[in-house]
Write a protein that binds this ligand. Structure first.
Ligand SMILES: [Zn+2]
Length: 202
């Protein structure tokens, strides 16, 4: 990859689902991801191997997702390579135009809730990874031919849960990212808090 992700400075935003507060960090790619085990910040970067592009240095996810990762990683017991984690609206739109019909319109990657994973050293098979994933992620895609997709979606919502004025979570950030993509908000307005600026632009 041409981008030096390990030395890139990222804005890391983690929604703590226990306290319902955002926790924000400024970290280099090679630094450990807060609240996570065996995970570096750059592994969650919105980097596209398809377009050889780092879409944004802003990352968001939540503790529910990181807890599912922690428990899954522990159960696997060997390194895992993450091929896609957080994926911005712009990135997802580009993928959808490159792979028509193969990219989800309501991707959990756009909410920082999903990991695409493959074996790192080949000492475990995709099928083994898939079977173990079923016990640790809220949702696992049935097709594991190229990677295992696990996500921590809201089980009550087939796509995204409803957000409204006053809501705080990763889905608010996804909504703000869509407004940013369409020119209604600036990048710094993406804070995952549904306040007056977001309300005005909807
Ligand atoms: Zn995926």
């Amino acid at each position: 990859m041409s981008t030096d992700l390990k030395n890139t400075i990222f804005s890391v935003n983690i929604f703590n689902t226990n306290t319902s507060q955002w926790e924000r960090y400024t970290l280099k790619g090679l630094e450990p991801m807060p609240k996570a085990e065996n995970l570096s910040v750059y592994e969650l970067a919105d980097y596209s191997s398809d377009f050889d592009k780092l879409y944004t240095t802003y990352i968001f996810t939540d503790t529910k997702t990181l807890n599912q990762w922690n428990n899954y990683r522990k159960a696997i017991g060997t390194p895992i390579r993450i091929t896609r984690a957080y994926c911005s609206v712009k990135h997802n739109k580009d993928l959808a135009s490159k792979y028509p019909g193969q990219v989800a319109k309501y991707s959990q990657h756009m909410a920082g809730k999903a990991f695409d994973m493959v074996p790192y050293y080949g000492n475990i098979t995709l099928e083994q990874m898939y079977k173990i994933a079923l016990s640790y992620w809220t949702f696992v895609e049935p097709d594991y031919s190229s990677h295992v997709h696990g996500d921590a979606r809201d089980p009550g919502s087939p796509y995204y849960p409803i957000v409204q004025y006053g809501s705080q979570n990763v889905y608010v950030a996804t909504c703000q990212d869509a407004l940013y993509y369409n020119g209604y908000l600036t990048l710094t307005d993406i804070d995952g808090i549904f306040g007056d600026i977001t309300k005005t632009q909807l």
